[in-house]
Structure formats: structure tokens, C-alpha cells
Design a binder for this molecule. Sequence first.
Ligand code: FAD
Length: 408
Amino acid sequence: MHAIIAGSGLVGALTAFALKQVGIESTLYDQVDLVNAAMKSGGGPVVVEFGESGGCVLLACSALRVLRTLGLLDEVMAASSPSQYTTWFKINGTSRIALDAVKVSADCGETDPALRAPVQIMRSKLHSIFIQAYCDGVIAQFADGTTAVGDFLVGADGIHSATRRAIFGESTKAEFTGVIGHIGVVKTKEHGIDLKETLAFYIDREKKQMAWAFKVTEELGAVQVMTFNDPIPVEGEEYRPYSDLPKESTRLADMMASWGVPKHVEEMMRKSFRISPAAIYDLKDLPTFHKGRVVLLGDSAHGMVPNAGLGLLTGIEDVGVLLELFRHYQDEKDIPTVFNLYSKLRVPRGHNASLRSREMAKQYYTGSSGIGHFKLRVGIFLFNHNLMKYHNVYDCPAEVNAAITATL
Ligand SMILES: Cc1cc2nc3c(=O)[nH]c(=O)nc-3n(C[C@H](O)[C@H](O)[C@H](O)COP(=O)(O)OP(=O)(O)OC[C@H]3O[C@@H](n4cnc5c(N)ncnc54)[C@H](O)[C@@H]3O)c2cc1C
């Protein structure tokens, strides 16, 4: 069989590699020449800008399980660093709340201690690992109007997916949430910035201002600033539309200083060498992730707001499920069965991740600083003490086996 994959981002590249493991060759298409850039780098750091989504990503155990199945776990682990605690603060760095992610993963059923800590990795590094894993077999093509023939089409072209809109219509266009921001990458060690927290969120719920600071490696950090495009004017204060957020690190750092963020967070932005803009969109829940011989994976199926750090995790699970399904069904005539089972398994999981992400965004952007922060503290206490489950560990082979057995 031969697959056409629209989008060679993180999910598209990983899909190509996964399909190759079950004997399905792919042609990867992208609107930009990411494959070529990754291949040219010869294993070194890839100088590729990821547009709206630079910086780093956090991957929790369900995604790490898929990478282990694909034989990529060691390489990803070597390029990333574990993040035991996720922390939240008020915008000025007070009132620390910490989620013990390692304990929570164990409580939620992660049996492998090596996978319990979520890991942080530079997005560009992760992408080069995925692309280079498949380098030999890649046939890269770009959006130049040519046509291609394959047995099925994978839409992995992100939250604004043209594939999705072509099969389900323009009503499935992603919607702008009003939140915009910028992500900076900074050489923390070189600038003497000491990050005590590996993953920290600083929030002003009333003003709807937020800063995120990540320790990615001993040398590198990432910093993110986010706010609503049009904050509601505060009485007595000058109305300041954020539709014109400054793009340079100095002006962004000055703006963050005016919000009252801790000095080291402001410094991270001031010293950032790469700034990527991020406009946050959300996608309405789709009733199915396939139609005919077209299947959607990653953000094209379930693009979500980034507040819960679940987008890529959910996309990597998609890849894991498709891989396991094609292990069972190898004949081209089985494609409808594969896609039906894929939607059956992935639609509820995608909807759940989108819902949790929306709820987290709501918790960040509504309520007062005092009560909102207190509610978050109560929620995290419940997770830390296993009084509520933080997530479900998703094991793709087990999920697929159960779904296939149910059809017999
Ligand atoms: C600020 C921010 C922080 C995030 N943090 C996390 C996190 O910590 N953990 C996590 O799990 N997730 C996180 N996410 C979500 C994660 O980034 C996405 O879920 C992930 O990038 C989706 O991968 P994808 O390959 O589906 O889509 P994308 O990464 O968007 O890739 C889509 C690809 O398709 C290409 N393309 C687009 N249109 C076309 C076309 N018409 N033809 C051909 N190619 C096309 C693009 O060029 C791109 O290469 C975050 C998102 C944001 C915005």
C-alpha cells in the first residue's frame, strides 16, 4: 500500500515513519520545505522556524509509549529533560502550586517508572528526530499543484487543515480564541539565568495575562507570553489593545515587566534569540476523523487550545493507534475497517483532550486571582493525593486489541 500524507509536521512525519514499519510507503507533502531542511542538517540542529508554534513541547507517558513502540524513545529521551513538577504561580511569582507529575502518572497507571516523568524537548529537535528516522524512504513534495495517487490520504496538515475542510466543509474551520502570544527561546546558561522550576505558569486571571517559563535543557529555556487580543478595558486604566503585541524581545520583556512577572522570566524574554508568534485557535469537535479513504491525524482532527499540553500527545496517540490497526489489517481492502475503528477509538479521546484543554483555559482566564488560584490549588491537591485522576494512561496496542475483539 502507498499513503499520501498532507503535512510533514510532527504528526505527519511520525505517521510516515510508523507506516513504514508495517510496510506502507508514504509520500509526504508540505507547504514548506521542512523535510529538506531537516535532511540537510545531517543530524545537527535544524534551523527551521515552526511558524506559530516554536519553542518546546511537553510529552507525557501515553506519547512516550508510542515512541517506545516505534524505537525512538531513547533518542527523544537523550535530547529532552524530565519535568517532575508542573507549577503555577500568580503573575508575580507568589503562591506556588505544584503538581507532582511523576506521582500522578504512577497513580494513573503508568507501570514503567522510566515513562512517569513528562519530558520537555525543543520542537525543532523532535521534528528532526522524526524526519531523520524516516529519511531514506521519504519522497518529499510540496504544494505546487501536482497530483499524486495513493491508496489512502492522511490529513496531518494542522489545525487549519485544508484536507479537513475539503472533506467536511468550510464549517470545520478552526476558530480564533482571541488569545495571542509570543514564544522565545533563550540560552539560559549563557545568560546566567537559573531556572528553579522546569515548568512554570504565571497567571493574572483578571487581566488575562499569562507567562510560561520552561527549562528545556541545562543550556536552553523557552518563555511564552500570552494575552487576549482585546482585553476588556479596566476602569480608570488606559485601554490598550493587544492586537499590536510587540514582536521584538526587548519590547515584549518591557511589557512583561509592566505586568509584574518575576525578574528571571522577564530576562528570559529579553535574552531570547528566536521569537515565534502564536495565535491560539480551537477546533469544534468533529463527529468522525475519516471519510472514505481520507483519515485525519493530529491537529487536523482535534486541534485544541494549548493550555493543558495535550495537543501533540493526542496526535502521537493517533499515530500509535493507526500503526496497531495496520499491523492487524494489512490488505488494501481493509482500509474502511481500519478507518472506522480508528475513528471509533480516537474521536472520544480527541474530544476529551479538547474539553480538558478548554477547561484549563477557562480556569486560567476567568475568576478572580484569589478565588481562581485557590480553586486551582484544591484541584491540584486532589490530583496529588489520588482523590481524582489527572489522566488515563492510553496504551495503543491494548486499546486496538480491545476494539478489534469487540468486532468479532
Ligand atoms: C503555544 C503552544 C504550545 C504547545 N505546547 C504543547 C505541549 O507542551 N504538549 C503537547 O502535547 N502539545 C502542545 N501544543 C500542541 C502541539 O503543538 C500540536 O498539537 C502539534 O504541533 C500538532 O502537530 P501536527 O503535526 O498535527 O500539526 P502542525 O505541527 O501544525 O503541522 C502541520 C504541518 O502541515 C503543514 N501544512 C499546513 N497546511 C498545509 C497544506 N495545505 N499542504 C501541505 N502541508 C500543509 C504545515 O506546514 C506543517 O508542517 C502546543 C501548541 C501551541 C500553539
